[in-house]
Design a protein around this ligand. Sequence first.
Ligand SMILES: [Zn+2]
Length: 432
Amino acid sequence: MIWAKEETFSRDEIKRIQVEKLREVVKRVYENVPFYRKKLLQAGIKPENIQSIEDVRLLPLTTKDDLRDNYPYGLFAVPMDEIVRVHASSGTTGKPTVVGYTAQDIESWTELVARIVTCAGVTKSDVVQIAFGYGMFTGAFGLHYGVERVGATVVPASSGNTEKQLLFMRDFGTTVLVSTPSYALYLAEVAQKMGIMKDLKVRLGLFGGEGCSEEVRKELEKQWGMVATDNYGLSELIGPGVSGECHLKDGLHINEDHFLVEVLDPKTLEPVKEGENGELVVTTLTKEGLPLLRYRTRDIASVTYEKCACGRTTARMSKVSGRTDDMLIIRGVNVFPSQVESVLLDTEGVTPHYQLVVTRRGALDNLEVKIEVTEEFSKSADRKRWKSLKEDIERKLSVILSLKAHVTLAAPSTLERFQGKARRVVDLREAI
Ligand SMILES: [Zn+2]
């Protein structure tokens, strides 16, 4: 089922709507947000200069730092009287970023989430358990209202309390789970231990809040016997509801009548070709409380405009494959730790413990990938197998990275361990 007619508009119709709304949002921020007014004046741009979608490139970019610098309400485009809700995302450093919603923003948000949950396959017959934390984070409330709009039954379980959560799931006949992929894996582990997995009826998962690789998806589908779908949103933009997968799981349908998505080379800020990876840069076309022009998401993905077999005509983005913050440029090639990780997850005999070491000899960058082998491999393998494993990984890496990396296999438990976020990259190029 398709929730809204806008999801099946022709490309010309979508473009027409986007240009019209783009002009309106530029007018709104020009008139109401001093930060943007100043930037637009500096760039010599007036709302009436926006004549086509391509004209979006005339507009200034917005970064997370801009939101922090204007903490808490400096970028809001309406008086506080009109704001009916705020959410905030906690950064790992510095001040949180705050988003404000008008009543109309909440209404749009509800409709957009209704679209993506319908797109994933939720119907009014479902019992949907929301295991995101209810609070300042946008995930739980965003999904909550959208699922209710569809007419399904919401179980607002929130996060944590894992055993109780699983008992709700069994007793209430939960058919759809909404959570982060990592929490869903943990829930599966506990359900197995409690011996109740066989009593659960979860058939569909809607995952978001963090990246979900194809490998993690396969694992979730195996553990739960469910269809696992990915959806995408950022609190700065609205929360969940920017895009989501249909049952074909071939890219996330973007709600293009509300979000104009560009894919830019993060270095040059020029658009990349259709289907190529780059940074997602998003303009909110309808937000009233906190409209953002060309927001740099730091997320890396690609976009295709090919029509999907499900009948929707909206552009589809790939899963997010990495963050620009993690990107390395080696011999002019963009390299992400997540690409290395995908090779390791697909290779027998190695663990996900790895480190990338970049050095420079003369003018040439050198990438070394240190990888720990498993206990089992280390005990049983002879010299020949070590050599062939190393060569096998080097071959796979050269395909996925488009450059040659040198692999060093390390004995189990020899690479440095990290509390929290791992330090995957050691870049020694500056130091040499
Ligand atoms: Zn589709």
